[in-house]
Design a protein around this ligand. Structure first.
Ligand SMILES: [Fe+2]
Length: 332
C-alpha cells in the first residue's frame, strides 16, 4: 500500500513531490483504502504533487473524482456553481474542462512580450508573466485543493502550467514587507467582469457582479490549517478588483499605492526559486493546494493544437480566518 504515496522531490523545483504510477486504477484504489495518505504527502511536499502515469483517467473520468475525495469534505459539483454549462465534462459535472475545443472554446492566454526569456524558456516572473492566480479566490471561503489532469495536453514548449510557492515566498519576505502583508487584505473579483487592471486602465465597461463574482476581501497572508505555515495569498491583473482595490484601505486603482505594493509582492512571489514550470505529458495529474500556491497558464497555438485538461476542485478546510463562515455565494 505504501507505494501509493512514495514521493520524490519534484525535479526542477524547491517544492513539490513526484509520484510515478504503474497502474492508475490500482493507485486510486490504494488512495481510497488509506484516505489520509495523499493529503499528508501533499502537505509534506509543500502543496504540490505531480502524479505521472494516470492515463486510465481518460478512459474512466470517475477515477479523477474518486482521487479528489480524500482531499476534503466536498468535491465541487460545477452544475450547481457555474452557469457556464458548456465547461462541464459530459460524463460528470464535478469535472470542468479547460480546453480550446468546442463546446468549451477557451482561448489560451496571450504570449508575454517578449515571448521567451533570453535562455529560450517561458517567462515566469511577474510582470513579464501575467495571469498568476489561485482558483476561485473571489469566493469566501475559497476552495482548498484543485486536481488538474492532462487528458490531451499541448505539445512540450506550449501550454505549460506555472506554479509559485506562497509559503517559501512568505518566509523570504523582507521584514518590512512581511509586517505590512501580515495585516493586509486583498480584494478579489471574478475574472472577465471588467474589474481587472487592463479594464480599468482602458476604461472598459464593467459587468454587474453577482454573489458568485465577489468582490471579497481575503487575507494576504493565510495560515495553512494543516501545516501551520503562513503563505502569501494574492492574485493580479484579472482576479483582483482594480476599481476598489487591489488592497483594502490603500489608494485604489492602477498606479496607486496599493498597485505599487501588489507589484512588489508579486515580483517577489514569482522569483525563480519559488516557481516551477510544468511541461505536461498525457496522463499527468497535478494536485495543488490553493491555500499556499498560485499558478498561471501559458500560451499554446490554438489554431494548430487541441488541448483538453480536466479539473476538479475540493472544498472544506479554509483555515482559521474563515471559521464558521457560511458560503455567501452558493445558490442551490
Ligand atoms: Fe486556475
Amino acid at each position: 500500500m505504501t507505494e501509493a504515496v512514495e514521493t520524490r522531490p519534484l525535479p526542477g523545483a524547491t517544492f513539490g513531490g513526484l509520484i510515478e504510477v504503474a497502474d492508475g486504477r490500482a493507485f486510486v484504489e490504494a488512495a481510497e483504502a488509506r484516505p489520509r495518505a495523499l493529503p499528508e504527502a501533499l502537505n509534506g511536499r509543500g502543496g504540490l504533487l505531480l502524479v505521472k502515469g494516470l492515463a486510465a483517467v481518460s478512459d474512466d473520468p470517475g477515477l479523477l473524482v474518486r482521487l479528489s475525495r480524500p482531499f476534503g469534505a466536498e468535491v465541487e459539483d460545477y452544475a450547481r456553481t457555474t452557469n457556464r454549462l458548456n465547461l462541464l465534462h459530459p460524463d460528470d459535472s464535478r469535472i470542468v474542462r479547460i480546453s480550446n475545443l468546442p463546446p468549451v472554446n477557451f482561448a489560451p492566454p496571450e504570449p508575454p512580450d517578449p515571448p521567451t526569456r533570453p535562455d529560450g524558456g517561458p517567462p515566469i516572473r511577474f510582470p513579464h508573466r501575467r495571469g498568476w492566480h489561485t482558483d476561485q479566490s473571489f469566493r469566501r471561503p475559497p476552495p482548498d485543493i484543485s486536481l488538474f489532469y492532462a487528458h490531451r495536453p499541448a505539445p512540450r514548449g506550449q501550454g505549460q502550467t506555472l506554479y509559485a510557492d506562497g509559503a517559501g515566498a512568505y518566509d523570504a519576505l523582507p521584514p518590512d514587507l512581511k509586517a505590512v502583508a501580515d495585516d493586509l487584505h486583498g480584494l478579489h473579483v471574478a475574472p472577465f467582469t471588467g474589474h481587472g487592471e487592463d479594464d480599468v486602465v482602458q476604461g472598459r465597461p464593467r459587468k454587474p457582479l453577482n454573489e458568485k463574482d465577489g468582490p471579497v476581501a481575503q487575507p494576504v497572508v493565510r495560515l495553512h490549517p494543516e501545516t501551520g505555515r503562513k503563505a502569501l495569498y494574492l492574485c493580479e491583473r484579472e482576479q483582483m478588483d482594480w476599481v476598489r482595490g487591489p488592497f483594502v484601505g490603500m489608494e485604489p486603482g492602477p498606479g496607486g499605492e496599493g498597485a505599487r505594493l501588489l507589484y512588489r509582492l508579486m515580483e517577489h512571489f514569482t522569483r525563480d526559486r519559488f516557481t516551477y514550470a510544468h511541461e505536461w505529458d498525457r496522463g499527468d495529474l497535478i494536485v495543488y493546494d490553493n491555500r499556499c500556491l498560485i499558478h498561471s497558464a501559458t500560451w499554446f497555438d490554438a489554431q494548430a493544437v487541441s488541448r483538453d485538461m480536466w479539473r476538479t476542485t475540493v472544498w472544506g478546510n479554509p483555515g482559521p480566518s474563515y471559521r464558521g463562515e457560511a458560503r455567501s455565494w452558493e445558490t442551490a
